[in-house]
Ligand binder design. Structure first.
Ligand SMILES: [Zn+2]
Ligand SMILES: [Zn+2]
Length: 312
C-alpha cells in the first residue's frame, strides 16, 4: 500500500492568489522534486508528514511535533517475536509470555525487537523514507531503532554481524536504495555513540534475495509465506558461521520475511539470529488470520531441512 498522506505536496494547484511565502514554497517544491535528497538538505519547506512550516533549515523535513508523535511500542509483547499480547502489564514482572504462533512453531530467530508501532506518524515516516526517498530521515529513524537494539547487549555482549534484509536487485535499482540498510547504518552509528565497546559490524552483501518477490503489503499470511519461501540465500556462509547475527528491516508484520531470512542464516551456520525492526505491525487480526499464521509458521518450520535452533 502506498503512502496515503499528503501526496499532493509537490503540486502547484493552490487556490486563490499566492502570498510571497506561498510563492516561495511553491518554487521550493518545484526545485526540490528533481533533486530530492539534495534539495531537502538545502531548502526550507513544510513538514513532509503534516504540512506545517518548518522553522529552520533542515536536512530532514519533518517537524518536531511529528517526531514527538511517533508511537513507541508499549504493553506486553511476545518474548520471542515481539508481537503485542493483549495481556495486562504487571509491574515488576518480566514478560516471558509467548504468542500462540511462537508456542506452536518457534521461529529460527532468537528474538525480534521493534522500536514502535506501525501506525500514525511512524507509518508516515517509513512511507516517506521508502517511497518519497527521504534518505536523511534514516539517520534519526536509525537512532530510534538503536533504542530497541541496545537492550540486546546483555544477551549478545560480544557484538553482532548486522545484516539488512536485502531487496532483490531489480527493486533496489528501482528504489535506488535499500531502506533496511539505511536504517541499519543509522542504528549502528547511534549504538556506537552509546556503547562504543559493543561491536556491531554491517555486512550488507552477506544475504541475497534470489527472487523479485511481490511487496508483502496487502498479502494474506499464506501469500506472504509463499512469497518469501526460499527467497533468501547466504552468499558468503564463511562470514556468518558461528556469528551472532542481527537482521534489520523497517517493518515486521506476520514475521514471514524474518522467519525465511533467519532460517537461511541459521542453515548457513549462524550461531544465533536476532531481528530488529523500526516498526511492528499487529500480526493477529481475528481468529482466521491467527490460524493461518500458525499453520504457515508450522509448515515453514517443517519444510526446512534445518532443525537448528539459535543459541544466544
Ligand atoms: Zn509535522
Ligand atoms: Zn511470538
Amino acid at each position: 500500500m502506498r503512502c496515503a498522506f499528503r501526496r499532493n505536496f509537490g503540486s502547484l494547484s493552490i487556490d486563490g492568489p499566492l502570498s510571497e511565502t506561498s510563492r516561495w514554497r511553491a518554487i521550493v517544491r518545484v526545485l526540490r522534486s528533481p533533486v530530492d535528497a539534495i534539495g531537502s538538505a538545502l531548502l526550507p519547506a513544510s513538514c513532509t508528514l503534516c504540512g506545517s512550516s518548518l522553522p529552520r533549515l533542515s536536512s530532514v523535513p519533518i517537524c518536531d511535533v511529528c517526531w514527538s508523535e511517533i508511537p513507541v511500542q508499549c504493553g506486553v509483547v511476545c518474548s520471542r517475536c515481539g508481537d503485542s499480547l493483549d495481556a495486562p502489564v504487571v509491574e515488576g514482572i518480566a514478560a516471558t509470555q509467548l504468542c500462540r504462533v511462537c508456542r506452536v512453531a518457534p521461529p529460527a530467530f532468537a528474538r525480534a525487537v521493534s522500536f514502535g508501532t506501525y501506525d500514525g506518524r511512524l507509518r508516515d515516516a517509513i512511507h516517506a523514507l521508502k517511497y518519497d526517498r527521504l534518505h536523511p530521515a534514516a539517520r534519526k529513524l536509525g537512532a530510534m531503532l538503536a533504542e530497541a537494539i541496545v537492550p540486546l547487549q546483555p544477551e549478545v555482549p560480544g557484538g553482532m554481524l548486522v545484516i539488512p534484509v536485502p531487496l532483490h536487485r531489480t527493486k533496489q535499482r528501482q528504489r535506488g536504495f535499500n531502506q533496511a540498510r539505511a536504517l541499519a547504518q543509522g542504528a549502528i552509528s547511534a549504538c556506537g555513540r552509546l556503547h562504543p565497546e559493543w561491536k556491531l559490524t554491517l555486512a550488507p552483501s552477506t544475504l541475497m534475495r534470489l527472487r523479485a518477490t511481490e511487496t508483502q503489503a496487502g498479502l494474506t499470511p499464506t501469500q506472504r509465506r509463499k512469497n518469501v519461501r526460499g527467497a533468501f540465500k547466504v552468499s558468503d556462509p564463511a562470514a556468518v558461521r558461528g556469528q551472532n547475527v542481527l537482521l534489520v528491516d523497517d517493518i515486521l508484520t506476520t514475521g514471514a520475511t524474518a522467519r525465511a531470512a533467519a532460517q537461511s542464516l541459521i542453515k548457513a551456520g549462524a550461531a544465533s539470529v536476532y531481528v530488529a525492526t523500526l516498526a511492528r505491525a499487529r500480526r493477529l487480526n481475528g481468529n482466521h488470520q491467527s490460524n493461518s499464521v500458525v499453520q504457515n509458521a508450522f509448515a515453514d518450520m517443517h519444510s526446512s531441512s534445518s532443525s537448528h535452533q539459535p543459541t544466544s
